[in-house]
Design a protein around this ligand. Structure first.
Ligand SMILES: [Mn+2]
Length: 224
């Protein structure tokens, strides 16, 4: 069965900033769709430059035909260690690639866990962890079907409501249980991204303390 992918994205900068420090890039070749979400350390222009560089170099490498594992390795090697460099050129990233035959690959480096939804139910796919230049890279590889969702979020989503509603913010579990409650209402990726951003803004009580960004992929059967 051939699948096609509806991709949406939504970014809301930290309150007081005009530009998000997160970057989402979508790269579509017709034979694969890749979404990259990078979160640059800090906020505003400097964070944006760093996350753009990370996401755009991933796109450049895809364009050159370099495979995902190698791209993750190159990115991880080129990024500084956050523990040693407090403000220089650090970015996290998530890369999700889907193919028309349903093959899905996820690579995560220091971003929140990508949410996978199949038949409107959150699915846990175990990740394998690899060490690249002292950095922990998480990977998984699995098959999706028609109607599956893959949702990438920055930590600004997980932190929504921090110190206001909850000590540690919305959190991965509450985010996932929210998604599992509402996902059946959505049939466009953009609409889900916008809804999640709206919830984050509400949880932050309109004072967003970290860039919020969400990308979603919805698989559909190819219309013949
Ligand atoms: Mn962040």
């Amino acid at each position: 069965m051939d699948l096609e992918f509806d991709v949406g994205k939504s970014l809301v900068p930290k309150t007081g900033e005009t530009i998000s420090g997160d970057t989402i890039e979508v790269y579509d070749t017709g034979s694969s769709t890749t979404v990259i979400l990078a979160d640059g350390l800090g906020s505003g222009v400097i964070a944006n430059v760093i996350s753009s560089l990370t996401a755009k170099s991933a796109v450049d490498m895809l364009d050159q035909g370099i495979d995902l594992d190698r791209i993750a390795e190159i990115l991880a090697k080129s990024l500084p260690d956050v523990a040693n460099n407090t403000d220089v050129g650090y970015s996290t990233f998530t890369i999700v690639q889907v193919l028309p035959d349903g093959t899905c690959s996820i690579i995560e480096y220091n971003n929140p866990r990508t949410v996978i939804v199949e038949n409107d139910v959150i699915t846990e796919i175990p990740r394998q962890t690899f060490n690249v230049s002292g950095k922990q890279i998480h990977k998984c590889h699995f098959q999706i079907q028609e109607g599956s969702w893959i949702i990438l979020v920055s930590d600004g989503v997980i932190n929504a409501g921090v110190g206001v509603l909850w000590n540690h913010g919305w959190g991965q579990e509450r985010l996932e249980s929210y998604i599992s409650r509402v996902i059946h209402k959505f049939n466009a990726a953009e609409d889900l991204c916008r809804d999640l951003c709206d919830v984050c803004q509400t949880l932050y009580s309109e004072k967003i303390s970290d860039d919020v960004s969400i990308a979603a992929i919805l698989s559909r059967k190819t219309q013949v």
